[in-house]
Write a protein that binds this ligand. Structure first.
Ligand SMILES: [Zn+2]
Length: 369
């Protein structure tokens, strides 16, 4: 179906001089439109109002205008450069994806240049860390793909063999999970206007992406904090992975992708996030003597606050519920949620760098066991 042919559901309300009047007249225009008129629209796709949408796209009744519906994949793709109510949803996470892709490549290739957040971290926490040398990190960050499961080694021995460098894979698992989430979200927002089947499929991929991001965020923290307690390390990693898999299987059910289950999905994501409180408190005790604990913790609290605030906006649909139609293009809850997800992921990135830095410098030294 061509995007100009979308038929509508007419809601008879007392129309104010607003969007509803506009939509109502557009509906009649559509109905009176001849085939010839449709052709004359050419390839230019019309943006619709909420009441004109097919049922499967009616997700947020507080966003009234600028919807795309039943657009071809090509039209949807090029709509990334056009203003509609998903434009900023696409771009907020697309920019986030590009940012994390850049950080990943930079960490893989030339870490010293990339470590911008690390530099900020250092200046921010210089009073706590002033006695700690970062030379070792600079030496070893380049060996990003080396895996090492034997960590209880005196620091001086690390020079003797590159194989003994602290493993980087949990760090890259987190970066990979974040990129997957951000990219799948952008794709979902861009193409879910194509058809009901694609919409359902992409929504589920989007939820899977969020779950993957949450799970993979735990990997570096658990791995590096409990580096010297492998039994706790394994227990927590298996626990969060199991919880994530359960969430993914649950979310793959089509019925749970509908707007009706918005709060249920948010609860699943939050419970995964709150699961992190247990290893976080445990990790604090384990690393009580570590001078970087407070800085790392501050970043993690910033991350948790970002995610929780984002979830609050996602569930409550503030501010558009206060002024329906005012935030159709910019400023609605989902865009705020997207931005806070990227901010939270960056805070987590900074915390992970801190922890990696510390492990590279001290291994299993300087901790209570
Ligand atoms: Zn989204």
């Amino acid at each position: 179906m061509n995007c100009g042919e979308t038929r509508s559901v007419v809601v008879k309300r007392k129309a104010k001089e607003t969007d509803e009047t506009l939509c109502f007249s557009r509906v009649h225009n559509n109905e009176n439109m001849s085939q010839q008129d449709n052709k004359s629209i050419g390839r230019r796709c019309k943006l619709l109002c909420y009441w004109e949408l097919p049922d499967y796209m009616k997700d947020n009744e507080y966003i009234l205008r600028y919807y795309r519906a039943n657009w071809s994949l090509k039209d949807a793709l090029f709509s990334v450069f056009r203003w509609h109510n998903e434009t900023l949803n696409v771009w907020t996470h697309l920019i986030g994806f590009i940012l994390f892709l850049g950080l990943t490549l930079a960490n893989l290739m030339k870490p010293q240049v990339v470590d911008l957040l690390g530099q900020l971290t250092r200046s921010f926490s210089s009073s706590a860390d002033k006695n700690i040398s970062h030379n070792f990190k600079d030496l070893f960050l380049g060996t990003a793909l080396l895996f090492d499961l034997r960590h209880q080694i005196p620091l001086k021995m690390e020079f003797q063999s590159q194989e003994l460098v602290t493993a980087r894979w949990p760090f890259f698992v987190f970066l990979g999970g974040s990129m997957f989430c951000l990219l799948s979200s952008s794709i979902c927002h861009l193409f879910s206007c194509h058809s009901h089947a694609i919409n359902l499929f992409l929504l589920r991929i989007d939820y899977v992406g969020i779950t993957v991001m949450i799970i993979t965020s735990f990997f570096p923290q658990i791995y590096y904090v409990f580096l010297c307690q492998p039994h706790w390390q394994l227990l927590y990693l298996v626990g969060i992975t199991g919880m994530g898999l359960f969430t993914i299987i649950t979310l793959l059910s089509p019925s749970l992708s509908t707007g009706k289950y918005r709060a249920y999905r948010a609860m699943l994501f939050c419970s995964m996030g709150l699961f992190g409180i247990v290893p976080a408190i445990h990790g604090c005790f384990v690393n009580w003597g570590n001078p970087r604990r407070n800085v790392t913790l501050a970043y993690e609290i910033a991350m948790a606050l970002s995610y929780l605030t984002g979830t609050f906006f996602y569930v409550t649909r503030i501010p558009e519920r206060w002024k329906p139609g005012w935030f159709d293009i910019a400023g609605h809850s989902h865009q705020i949620f997207h931005v806070l997800v990227v901010v939270g992921a960056l805070a987590h990135y900074a915390a992970t760098l801190k922890m990696l830095d510390w492990r590279d410098s001290f291994g299993c030294a300087n901790m209570l066991q």
